[in-house]
Design a protein. Structure first.
Length: 94
């Protein structure tokens, strides 16, 4: 299996259209996830629709007043830097 950085930078596994995009987004989320989990939360990738990444925030993130700031200023910014196809990130309800 390819390592996370080769997926992010567009290695061979990322040439498969939607599956490649999903794999690269998952690789970036895998790098972010430990920080979110360190605060008692978690993130789950639900779907990617026309460049909009749909995530579910879980654990301590549910109901946290800082979760939208984490989503926009943290997760979205990092995803856009590493996966140029990402246009936006939105939180989906349970």
């Amino acid at each position: 299996m390819a390592d996370a950085m080769s997926l992010i930078t567009g290695g061979a596994a990322a040439t498969d259209g939607d599956q490649g995009l999903r794999a690269r987004v998952e690789a970036v989320l895998d790098m972010i996830r430990p920080a979110v989990q360190g605060d008692g939360g978690d993130i789950e990738l639900l779907d990617i629709v026309e460049g909009i990444v749909q995530l579910r925030l879980a654990g301590a993130c549910v109901g946290c007043m800082h979760s939208m700031m984490t989503l926009q200023a943290g997760i979205e910014r990092i995803l856009k830097q590493n996966v140029p196809e990402v246009k936006a990130v939105e939180a989906m309800p349970f």
